[in-house]
Design a protein around this ligand. Structure first.
Ligand code: ADP
Length: 177
């Protein structure tokens, strides 16, 4: 990533984040209440490298971030090695297991694979600052919030594409270390 002049148009995080207005909603997991089958269906219906975890669909409060590959490995391990884990088992990212019906199958606890403090910026954060953060912290993605509610995600590739658009260059020709 090169000189800051490229950002003099002062774009904001909200201009670069996904989803765009016409895109499908952000694919998120809830910290409790989803089944193994539902999580698998969500992961398999997308190609995203990761998924934010929120308190609930309604609140959209950010709890953490899980990588696609960790989710798939842990679900596979759970199904194979953990007695009673089936498609209808609840996936739990909370510290304590929520109460369940007595006849419910055992839950699959996945808090251990969640990044508990994913990096976030607000929708109004200028892109030059966001890019600085990506560079300095070596981020692959960053979440975007508004008043504490999760709005979107920015990946390193999103930034490269955005810069290429601004400067009319091939994204691969832009240095990003
Ligand atoms: P990359 O940008 O490196 O290809 P991804 O495959 O994770 O990384 O993301 C592809 C696109 O989808 C990016 O534009 C990104 O902003 C967006 N995206 C990433 N994760 C999600 C998600 N959970 N829900 C919706 N969009 C996402």
């Amino acid at each position: 990533l090169e000189p800051k002049e490229e950002f003099e148009h002062s774009s904001l995080a909200v201009d670069v984040m996904r989803p765009r207005r016409s895109d499908p909603a952000l694919a998120v997991l809830t910290q409790e209440g989803m089944t193994v089958g539902e999580v698998e269906a969500l992961v398999e219906s997308t190609h995203y490298s990761g998924f934010p975890v929120v308190v609930s669909q309604q609140s959209q409060r950010l709890v953490g971030f899980v990588l696609r590959r960790d989710l798939l490995i842990s679900i596979d391990n759970g199904r194979k090695r953990q007695e009673g884990v089936v498609s209808s088992s609840q996936v739990v990212f909370t510290e304590h297991t929520p109460s369940q019906a007595p006849d419910a199958p055992p839950p699959l606890r996945l808090r251990g694979i969640m990044d508990l403090s994913p990096f976030t910026v607000t929708d109004h954060t200028p892109m030059d600052i966001t890019v600085d953060i990506f560079r300095k912290l070596g981020l692959r993605q960053c979440l975007v919030t508004h008043n504490g509610r999760l709005l979107g995600i920015i990946t390193k590739k999103d930034i490269l594409k955005h810069m290429a658009q601004i400067t009319n260059r091939d994204p691969d020709s832009i240095l990003f270390n």
